[in-house]
Each structure stands twice: as C-alpha cells, then as structure tokens.
Write a protein that binds this ligand. Sequence first.
Ligand code: FPP
Length: 239
Amino acid sequence: MRKNTLLQGVTIPRHIAIIMDGNGRWAKKRMMPRSFGHKNGMERMIGLMEHAFDLGVQYITVYALSTENLKRPKEELDGLFNLFRNNFRKELQKIFERGVRLRTLGDLSLLPDDVMQGLRESEKDTEHYEGRGINIAVAYGARDEIIHAVNKAIENGEKVTEESFSKLLYTSDLPDPDLIIRTGKEVRLSNFLLYQAAYAELYFSNKMFPEFSDKELDKAIIDFSNRTRRFGKTDEQLT
Ligand code: FPP
C-alpha cells in the first residue's frame, strides 16, 4: 500500500528500529515540561508506525525506556508510566486494527505491576497476528539481554551457535533490524540491540523525536535504499 510516489522503486527495509531521542530538549525549547515532550513523542511514534506499515515495513522496534532510563527522577518516570497506562494502549488500538502483533523486549519485572500487566495483556491479545509486528523495548538494555541469554544457555547446559543464541534473546523470533534510526543529534547506540545490530544500516537525524515527521522517515528509507549491503562480501560476490 505505497501511497508515497517519492518512494516508488525504493527498497523498503523489512525491520526498522528507532531510538526516539530528543523529547526532553524538544519540550525544553518550548518551555514545557519533559512530560509534554514524551506525550508528543508517543503520538509521533504511533504516527510513524502507521506510516511505516503503509510503506510495507513489517517490523518496527522502538526504544521506549532503557534500563538506564529507569534511574531518571521519579516524577519523569511516573509521567512515562502514566503515558503507558492512559494514552499508549488507547493509541495502540489504531495499530492493532491493522492486525499487528505487539511484542515487548526487556525485563518487564522492573516496571510497576499494572504497567507490566497491561503490556502482557496487549501481547496476549495480539499474539495470533502474523506477519507484522511492533516491538516495544521497555526496561531494555542490550547488555542485560545478552547476559540474560548467556545465563539461559548455561542453565540449558548447551554450547550455543549464532542461531541458537539469537533464539535466547528478547528478539528470539524476529529478523534482525535492517535500519536503525536515532533522532536527537546523538550518534551512538546507547545499549540498544547491540547483538542484532551487527549488519544494520545506521541513520542519525538531527531532528528531535517529536519533530521526526513521516517525510523524515521517507528520507531515512531513501538513504537506506541507496546503500550497498555487502554483509562482509565483495561487490563482485554480490552480483
Ligand atoms: C529520550 O528522550 C526518550 C525517552 C527516554 C523516552 C521515549 C519515549 C517516548 C517517545 C514515548 C513512548 C511512550 C510510550 C508510552 C511507549 P529524552 O527524554 O532523553 O530527550 P532529551 O535527550 O532531549 O533529554
């Protein structure tokens, strides 16, 4: 369902992951509290998901809260958890109506019980949907994920292969991201999908997340489409 003629003939990434950075600075510039930035960020996140699915993207992973973010001041965390409780589930209905499955990535036991249960319910309600998915990384840290997987492998008493190890990660049944986008001017991965990012194309935007429009996503996808993904091979081997 490609409504955007600019993207005719462009390779659409199967899986896009986004580090949604810059909510706080965007709000500060408007002399508003950080919670205003997060609310606008959440609305933009839903808009981007809808746009990405319209373009034919199959999986979208968003970094909503890292293990490190859990050390933020209580007031900010409460605001974020209230967004999860009150706005997020309602907004998500638009996405679920499209037959999209929700998965969470992270250690949900670190969240307030009701937030954890709400997310688990949405996972359960949508687990029968196949093909398209949104993945919310919450209380997520890539090092934590890897250590968690190593411990599972030890418990299982088996040596791992790349394939069996990736099945022990939070992303077990997902393909690796093709394109990782970070907004907010910073140029780093901040403990996001470190194992899965091995061959992802990285795209950094100076836009703060609430102002990362659908057009900005199109630009990132066009940039992705113009890259040659060699996966360690030579150009000749690819042809
Ligand atoms: C980083 O911006 C953003 C976060 C820590 C939270 C991201 C969350 C959202 C976009 C809302 C999603 C909400 C739900 C309920 C899924 P920052 O606060 O670090 O911004 P700054 O770098 O400008 O301070």
